[in-house]
Ligand binder design. Structure first.
Ligand code: PLP
Length: 462
């Protein structure tokens, strides 16, 4: 590196001007984002062309880099912090978790080993324990802190694959899948796309899935589960991504436990129901599963890049994700990379810790029940305005029928263009529906009424 650039960077660190500037821009953003269009204006999108340039030949001014990002990037972002984005299952961000992230960004920790970050190792240990307690999981459960549920499902399934093959006398790490004994994968017709992805990534093969039919709410029909044995991996869900419903863990896990089958629960947003006194009945029986996946960045409202895999078979998880090398020095403390596919990893546990410490058990319970109450209000007001709701509002998801595929697309488009809120379309059985996911702490009663009005305005405009 040239001395001039190094000098420049030392000066930037010393003067802190760019950090002050970033803070000013962020605060200006936060103030505006509450009231502006939820999805950026066409003009803001058009201005994204300001980023189109060849890679610069030489180093430029750091202040100008941050200003460019703020001037053209901020207006083209989706107003996620405003509480009226109801697409996907997107959590908002709890202020203290964002602030904790800012601080820890300065630490720039890498978290594979205790020796690379004692603080991250400590917080992973603490949060692992808090999660067991909060979700009512057994003491032998371990946690891996990964990017999101896609990766958490992958890890849970990797542990399952390791254990099931091991039980059949096959070491999948050494021998791979060629010539391996057959194992069976059982999941619902409504399994999330990332469950299917994990099945294919792990070489189990989509064709090997034994699909189980669901009821009209998207729950597995227990009576249609095939006879299980110890060659089986069963994937259940806590929170159907469209309807928000939960499988019957009590009865399915019992069958699986008796048969010696492995159960993984995809609880990306729904597993948090276990932390809510009004809704924990939905997760009854989850403690009988073998592995679970859950997101901080959904229901718990941490910043993005916050998923957790939980597993009651430490050996299987660690063996499935193991890595060795002469420079990898494991310790007597917690070494995070034992539980994750990645080696280098940011210290994402910090935001989980800050959020859980700040909210406490009652705060988390209130956060989760608040999302459910706003979803119920949304559904009630839509019904009063003569919209048809297709699902029971058990958690935070609402499915609205407004017509055929074309009519739905027109109404969705009108709502999105209004800038008042953002919702998307989905397929629910044979029908096209509007899908609403209430997942941000920032969504108020007023936001819901305002969003329902956007639905009414869009229908009237047809
Ligand atoms: C969001 C979601 C996932 C995927 O999680 P990511 O954190 O986006 O990787 C998996 N399953 C369900 C039910 C989800 O809602």
């Amino acid at each position: 590196m040239s001395e001039t650039i190094r000098q420049k960077m030392f000066a930037e660190m010393a003067k802190k001007e760019i950090f002050e500037l970033a803070k000013t821009c962020a605060i200006e953003y936060a103030d505006k984002a509450l009231e502006r269009n939820v999805f950026p204006h066409d003009q803001a999108i058009a201005q994204l062309r300001q980023f189109e340039e060849p890679l610069p030949d030489t180093s430029s001014d750091a202040v100008a880099v941050i200003e460019h990002l703020h001037n053209y990037g901020s207006p083209a972002s989706v107003s996620q912090i405003g509480g009226r984005y109801f697409g996907l299952v997107n959590g908002g961000v709890i202020p203290v978790s964002l602030a904790a992230r800012w601080l820890s960004d300065f630490w720039d920790q890498n978290t594979p080993l205790y020796l690379s970050s004692p603080i991250a190792s400590k917080l992973e240990e603490i949060v692992e324990d808090w999660l067991r307690d909060l979700l009512g999981l057994p003491q032998n459960v371990v946690a891996g802190f990964v990017s999101g549920s896609s990766m958490a499902i992958f890890c849970g399934l990797a542990a399952a694959r390791y254990r099931v093959y091991q039980n059949l006398g096959w070491d999948v790490n050494q021998k791979g899948l060629n010539g391996a004994p057959e194992i069976r994968v059982i999941t619902s017709q409504h399994a999330h796309a990332t469950v299917i992805k994990a099945i294919s990534l792990l070489g189990l093969g989509i064709d090997s899935i034994e699909w189980v039919a669901v009821d009209n709410q998207g729950r597995i029909q227990c009576e249609n589960i095939p006879t299980l044995d110890q060659n089986c991996i069963v994937l259940l869900q806590a929170g159907n991504v469209n309807s928000g419903t939960f499988d019957d863990f009590e009865s399915i896990c019992e069958q699986a436990n008796v048969a010696g089958a492995w159960v993984h629960i995809d609880g990306a947003f729904g597993l948090w129901a276990a932390a809510c006194k009004d809704l924990e009945y939905l997760t009854s029986g989850i403690e009988k599963a073998n592995s679970w996946s859950v997101d901080g960045h959904k229901t718990l409202n941490t910043p993005y890049d916050n998923g957790v895999v939980l597993c009651n078979d430490r050996e299987a998880l660690v063996q499935a994700l193991h890595a060795t090398g002469s420079y990898i020095v494991y310790s007597d403390h917690r070494d995070g990379m034992l539980y994750t596919p990645e080696m280098s990893r940011r210290a994402r546990v910090i935001e989980l810790w800050a959020t859980m410490k700040y909210l406490g058990k009652s705060g988390i319970s209130d956060l989760v029940s608040g999302l459910h109450e706003r979803a119920q209000q949304f559904a009630d007001e839509l019904s009063q305005a003569n919209f048809e709701i297709l699902n029971d509002i058990v958690f935070n998801q609402i499915l609205v029928k407004v017509g055929d595929a074309d009519e739905t697309a027109a109404i969705v488009n009108h709502i999105q263009q209004s800038g008042e809120c953002w919702v998307g379309a989905a397929q629910w059985f044979e029908q096209t529906v509007i899908r609403v996911s209430v997942c941000s702490w920032a969504t108020t009663e007023v936001d819901v009424t305002r969003s329902v009005n956007a639905f009414v305005g869009a229908r009237n405009a047809q």
